[in-house]
Design a protein around this ligand. Structure first.
Ligand code: NAD
Length: 252
């Protein structure tokens, strides 16, 4: 089976890391299904088509279980050709560029972060299990965070909890789906230049950079390269693992 027959669905793909992942997967020959809550997802998909790739944009709120349940219908006949799923959509609320301490965190903000970052990945993965299992081949990739690997000075406790939960969910799912030819792995990015990272207070990214041995912040394509590897046949014996993509800012 070539990548042409393995459609790749990427959540939160209108911009940032999701866009980088979608671009890299498209370059590897996968038809890509870019999904997001932002209407810009159509333009992002159109730019990939203009570059000669097979790409389609679709509105999808990963936290809305009714909408996710409609995915097979929205995608249509292509749903049976699904091969790769990247759970990338995520939020990291900040107030004037800074995280809210737990003592001041409204429960609504806590719940929203868990709903998008963790439950969203559960809903999308659950929906995709059906076509992947039917094919006996699949790749699910979770975009977690360095905040799930060590303390974060930038993201809030809800974000760290959601991303740590995502890694646990990935390991559980890896155990369940391995026998069906489906692997599940996580990528934990360090600091990547995206609208989310640029929302941090001035000085935060510079302070982080001082701890990056390779001397630069990452790009969405740095993450896209690793996602494309995890999606490939070359990665067939990686399952339930986490790859840190942070220039050495975190070394387990
Ligand atoms: N940028 C970093 O430094 C960094 C570091 C570690 C992990 N991450 C993770 O990488 C992922 C992408 O982050 P980014 O930096 O590109 O952020 P970003 O804000 O630039 O992009 C996130 C995308 O997710 C979309 N999104 C938000 N809520 C959604 C929902 N309910 N349904 C569907 N789409 C939704 C947004 O519209 C946006 O297009 C996130 O999961 C984030 O937590 C980012």
């Amino acid at each position: 089976m070539s990548n042409r027959d393995r459609i790749a669905l990427v959540t939160g793909a209108a911009r940032g890391i999701g866009e980088g992942i979608a671009r890299r997967l498209a370059e590897a020959g996968h038809p890509v299904l870019l999904t997001d809550v932002l209407p810009e997802v159509e333009a992002t998909a159109a730019a990939l088509r203009a570059a000669g790739h097979d790409a389609r944009g679709l509105h999808l709120d990963v936290s809305d279980e009714t909408e996710v349940a409609r995915l097979p219908e929205m995608v249509g006949a292509d749903w049976a050709r699904l091969g790769v799923v990247v759970n990338n959509a995520g939020i990291s609320p900040k107030h004037e560029g800074r995280r809210r301490p737990v003592a001041e965190m409204p429960i609504a903000e806590w719940r929203r972060v868990l709903e998008v970052n963790l439950t969203g990945a559960f809903l999308v993965s659950q929906a995709c299990i059906v076509p992947l299992r039917a094919r006996g081949w699949g790749r699910i990739v979770m975009i977690t965070s360095q905040a799930a690997r060590t303390k974060s000075m930038i993201a809030g406790a809800h974000y760290a909890a959601s991303k740590t939960g995502l890694m646990g969910f990935a390991r559980s799912l890896a155990g369940e789906l391995g026998p069906y030819g489906i692997t599940v792995n996580s990528i934990a990015p360090g600091r990547i230049e995206t609208p989310m990272a640029m929302g941090a207070a001035s000085g935060a990214n510079e302070a982080f950079l001082a701890n990056v041995p390779v001397g630069r912040v990452g790009t969405p394509l740095d993450v896209g390269e690793v996602a494309a590897f995890l999606a490939s046949d070359a990665a067939s014996y990686l399952n339930g693992t986490t790859i840190d993509v942070g220039g050495g800012s975190f070394m387990p």
